[in-house]
Design a protein around this ligand. Sequence first.
Ligand SMILES: O=C(O)c1ccccc1NCC(=O)[C@H](O)[C@H](O)COP(=O)(O)O
Length: 273
Amino acid sequence: MDDGMNDLAPAVRSILEASASRSGGDERVDVDPRDLEAAFTAAEADGRTPVIAEVKPTSPTTDGTRDDDPVDLATEMVAGGAAALSVLTEPEHFGGSTDTLERVREAVDVPVLRKDFLLRETQLDAVESDVVLLIARFLGDDLEPMLAAARDRGFQVLVEVHDRAELDRALAAGARFVGVNNRDLAKLEVDLGTVEDVAPHAPEDVTLIAESGVTTAADVRRMRAAGADALLIGSAIMDGDVRSNVRRFATVDADIDDAAVDHADATERQPSR
Ligand SMILES: O=C(O)c1ccccc1NCC(=O)[C@H](O)[C@H](O)COP(=O)(O)O
């Protein structure tokens, strides 16, 4: 972990302490991944906004726990039009497990992201998934070797950032999928302006995913107009009927063209370097 850990919200410190003490897998995994970019392209071709729907039973900022079978939730999310799924594997604070991820991945045919707070290479071996999340803030100088270690195992990697400096580190490490998290992990406050601030600095050839805090169709349009290629949505999908919630978010694209034109000057992504 890097030195900026002192300003973190207590819940996030607790998540990281738990992760630091969690063991990894016994054997190195070798993943044959489902193509995340192709899943986004297929969704777009089908007129759907690319949505990564998150199976998130609970979290430090959620009241209560959703006890439905995660496999049922996952299949409903795909039926609603999710291009991909995210499954929490963090057990203590999010009610996730590697077993849940395995069962979900077996039950669906879309790419599945492993959502966790990985700090060490062996933790990559705890379970196979199509994509793993690496959080730039928590990995510090270990980001680049962790990204290489994940790719060596066959994973696609989503590198999560929250500001311009982290974006630059992610790009320097070679990230091709970048998630801009609207949730500030120091204060656990959500501000959709984060994607609007960071996205214009991402090269066009990077696939940009807006993470956290999306609750309405207007939020989806706002994130798309800011330059997000896809959205990762958890709480707002888990609250109620997950199939219709995903459908609501995945079918707003028909209306975004006007908004995109309005915001084009302010949000133009950079040509590839
Ligand atoms: O969601 C939380 O409460 C949380 C607390 C502390 C660290 C991370 C947290 N969330 C991780 C995530 O990245 C979100 O689950 C994901 O982006 C979806 O966010 P949302 O749509 O706002 O549920």
